[in-house]
Ligand binder design. Structure first.
Ligand code: AMO
Length: 447
């Protein structure tokens, strides 16, 4: 008897285990909708079907309920299933036998479809309050499956291109990114921090392996509740040595994204269809790239935003507008913006020798949202010391980091992609929290 539903074809006899997603009793029998990791499977109950409880005693179909764990044996038949959550619309299983393995202890299991709740905010709150169960809803399963595919593709592409995966500490002695959004914690009487990013450690990794990557949580004490900020997010980090300039890093990210899009389009066909996200992002041979000052100019001259010329960063309306402009004019869902002012960029960014008030750094915008920051880093100890002193930082606090450069480092650069943000952008999901298995925000640390 066949055990793997993914290979099933009409005529096969099959044994398949899963959770009861739904039971529908009809006059002539009914349906048990079984939930598998790949999606839903329709099974059809007829007058020959038999049911057994955990003790092996015969029961009836009406004794079944949602979220029972069951094993079903039966025959695979051809079908034409309408439910978009069915992973294979062309098969169903005619039930011979259902064996109950275990059952929920409440008669009122969480409504994981959660569709009856009014406005978006109430719906999201309900979903997140009961996340341990609402995650079983096929839509949420699909979002996180796409996310898992993106993370795997990230690791596969980089491994194939000579990068070594590293695992760096999240309890650190100093924040790497500056700013106030760092979580403090007590560490045996000493104040330490949760890592805002693996920046120092991935640079150190370049001195060891030349090319490194990491997939790990990063922590930001964001006090504001927005649709794009989490307090804990997964950072896809890359750092590479022996670069000639930040263009090498941007080119690598472009090829990486092309690989990820291709992988999602082949591996996650069912999920993107279920989520109505078949318009996967488009990445042209060369991603439109402008300096920050050029973006302000373009948007002002084209009357697409208010006048932001001279500002140190992109306004959110500019992020959206430049992405729309790039899509309309260049058919790209991505835009690189480069040359951010040195004063507003993290201290490790390399200043542009042509104009030291600017940095050789970039952001990558996708469909109106920043998904990446990156750039070339300084690689000489003196440059670090000088910039730190200029910024009023105490180099003694960063001794181990500076010692890395003291002991020799190649020219290098890298970038980081926020996993929840890229997943949300891929799937046109408005709130990044929906792309987090257990989102952490200012009001939520459980479940
Ligand atoms: P940055 O701080 O811009 O750069 O972060 C890089 C990317 O991480 C994601 N991100 C977040 N996602 C969700 N919630 C947050 N609070 C949040 N903060 C950041 C975004 C962002 O583009 N060390 C540098 C990267 C580098 O230069 O290599 C850094 O951390 O997608």
């Amino acid at each position: 008897m066949l055990q793997n539903i993914n290979n099933a074809k009409p005529g096969d006899l099959i044994e398949v285990s899963g959770m009861v997603h739904n039971v529908r009793v009809t006059k002539w029998g009914g349906f048990i909708i079984l939930r598998k990791s790949c999606g839903l499977l329709q099974t059809v109950v007829g007058d020959q079907s038999k049911f057994f409880n955990e003790q092996g005693e015969q029961i009836t179909m009406s004794d079944l309920c949602r979220e029972m764990a069951v094993t079903i044996t039966g025959k695979v038949n051809e079908a034409n299933i309408k439910d978009p959550a069915a992973f294979n619309k062309t098969i169903e299983v005619a039930v011979d036998k259902v064996e109950v393995l275990s059952r929920p202890t409440t008669a009122e299991v969480v409504d994981m479809n959660a569709l009856k709740f009014g406005d978006e905010e109430t719906l999201l709150r309900y979903k997140f309050d009961n996340r341990q169960v609402t995650l079983r809803n096929p839509r949420d399963m699909a979002i996180l499956k796409v996310q898992s595919t993106i993370a795997k593709a990230f690791a596969d592409f980089l491994t194939e291109n000579g990068f070594t995966q590293i695992f760096t500490p999240k309890i650190v002695s100093e924040g790497a990114e500056g700013g106030a959004n760092v979580f403090r914690m007590d560490y045996f009487g000493k104040q330490v921090y949760l890592a805002q990013s693996p920046q120092f450690y991935k640079q150190i990794g370049v001195g060891v392996y030349e090319r490194v990557f990491e997939v790990a949580p990063a922590y930001r004490a964001e006090k504001h509740a927005t649709s794009r900020h989490l307090n804990e997010y997964i950072s896809l980090d890359v750092e590479m040595g022996f670069i000639k300039g930040q263009e090498d890093v941007m080119n690598l990210e472009t090829e990486l994204l092309r690989f990820i899009i291709e992988r999602v389009s082949t591996v996650c066909k069912h999920e993107v269809e279920l989520l109505g996200a078949t318009n996967l992002p488009v990445i042209p041979a060369s991603v439109p790239t402008w300096k920050l000052s050029e973006v302000h100019e373009i948007l002002f001259n084209e009357h697409l935003t208010e006048d932001h010329r001279g500002e140190d960063d992109l306004a959110p309306e500019e992020e959206r507008a430049i992405c729309k402009y790039a899509l309309d004019k260049f058919g790209s869902d991505f835009v690189f913006v480069t040359h951010f002012p040195s004063e507003h960029r993290a201290f490790y960014a390399m200043d542009d020798p042509q104009d030291p008030s600017l940095t050789l750094s970039f952001d990558l915008l996708m469909r109106g949202l920043e998904i990446t920051s990156g750039g070339q880093r300084m690689h000489s100890e003196e440059a670090y010391r000088e910039k730190m002193l200029r910024r009023g930082m105490n180099p003694d606090l960063f001794k181990f980091y500076l010692d890395t450069f003291k002991n020799g480092m190649p020219p290098h650069g890298g970038f980081a992609i926020g996993l929840e943000r890229i997943t949300a952008c891929f799937l046109n999901i408005a709130n990044v929290k929906e792309a987090s298995m257990f989102p952490r925000d200012i009001n939520r640390v459980a479940p």
